[in-house]
Design a binder for this molecule. Structure first.
Ligand code: HEC
Length: 119
């Protein structure tokens, strides 16, 4: 009987993990992208997956935006989004640095965020 409850508990955990990691606007993650490599080359100097650093932790980042589209736009052009979105403006006030624009594609951004969500 205990075993039965265990397996239910484990499936519930697995289902909720799947949901949160797929949240990047519901996009499929391309398994051919080297997410860990992109992350360490382009993002890790300022971001950690699980704790705030020069910039916020990347785990669950997409979930913190009311409109995930704005998050992608922010990554490409932080200044323009800081000027029009109050959440981005608050981040900038808190971290006191403006993120360097990144030219990663949307697919690459999804892969990097998914990598962090699963750390
Ligand atoms: C030079 C440092 C720097 C680099 C490199 C950098 N970021 Fe940032 N990032 C920041 C800072 C600082 C913020 C907080 C907002 C601000 O002040 O501009 C931020 C904010 C973010 C946010 C919003 C986080 C939240 O809590 O909503 C995301 C998403 C993000 N960065 C993704 C990335 C990704 C993906 C990369 C790599 C492609 C990257 N960043 C590279 C400094 C950086």
């Amino acid at each position: 009987m205990m075993r039965f409850f265990y397996s239910i508990a484990i499936s519930v955990v697995m289902i909720s993990c799947n949901n949160s990691s797929g949240k990047q606007a519901g996009n499929k993650i391309n398994p051919n992208i080297d997410a860990a490599g992109l992350y360490s080359m382009h993002c890790a100097s300022c971001h950690k997956c699980d704790i705030d650093f020069t910039g916020p932790s990347l785990k669950g980042a997409a979930d913190r935006w009311k409109d995930p589209e704005l998050m992608y736009e922010f990554i490409r052009n932080p200044i323009s989004v800081i000027q029009k979105d109050s959440y981005a403006a608050e981040l900038q006030k808190k971290y006191k640095t403006v993120m360097i624009p990144s030219m990663l594609s949307r697919e690459e951004i999804d892969a990097v965020l998914d990598y962090c969500n699963n750390q």
